[in-house]
Design a protein around this ligand. Structure first.
Ligand code: C5P
Length: 152
């Protein structure tokens, strides 16, 4: 029965792993510049208005995560970025998707990101990072993001 129990446990682990592998991904972008990271404040929907998030959005079918990062930053911030690698863990979202963070840098260091569809964008340091009212999923990543800022 020990073997049977192990089989059952393995099957359960495999089921969870497969269900996560099938989930659609929402990319978030940690743009770091001169020791600060860019945060943006949502304007809608009403329940999220005023709360902060990393720039990003759904990966479209056939699109790579890196391409989604570049596209979303162009759409939301009107800047060009280069993704540099994944940060932290995947975070499950209420809608069944996974939030996955990529670090990135500005292609043009002088470029000024602007809030195209958001209320405000702000360059924040490690202290501000822990104080902002983040969306629930983004809040899970605050410690990983603080480590990222400390490394730069
Ligand atoms: O921006 P978009 O509507 O494509 O994002 C899809 C979902 O991912 C939304 O539910 C949004 O709240 C969530 N999201 C998030 N954190 C981010 C970006 C998006 O929780 N940094």
């Amino acid at each position: 029965w020990i073997l049977a129990a192990q089989d059952q446990r393995l099957a359960a682990v495999r089921e969870v792993a497969e269900s996560w592998a099938e989930r659609k991904v929402v990319v978030g972008t940690a743009i770091v510049h001169k020791g600060r990271m860019l945060a943006q404040q949502r304007r809608y929907p009403a329940r999220d208005a005023g709360r902060w998030e990393l720039p990003g959005g759904r990966v479209e079918p056939g699109e790579s995560e890196q391409d989604a990062v570049v596209r979303e930053c162009a759409e939301e911030l009107d800047v060009e970025v280069t993704p540099t690698g994944r940060i932290g863990t995947d975070v499950p979202l209420d809608n069944g998707m996974l939030l996955r963070i990529h670090a990135a840098r500005l292609v043009d260091p002088e470029a000024a990101p602007r809030a195209v569809e958001h209320h405000e964008v702000r360059w924040i340091d490690a202290g501000e990072l822990v104080e902002l009212d983040w969306l629930d999923a983004d809040k899970v990543l605050v410690h990983s993001l603080r480590d990222l800022l400390r490394r730069r």
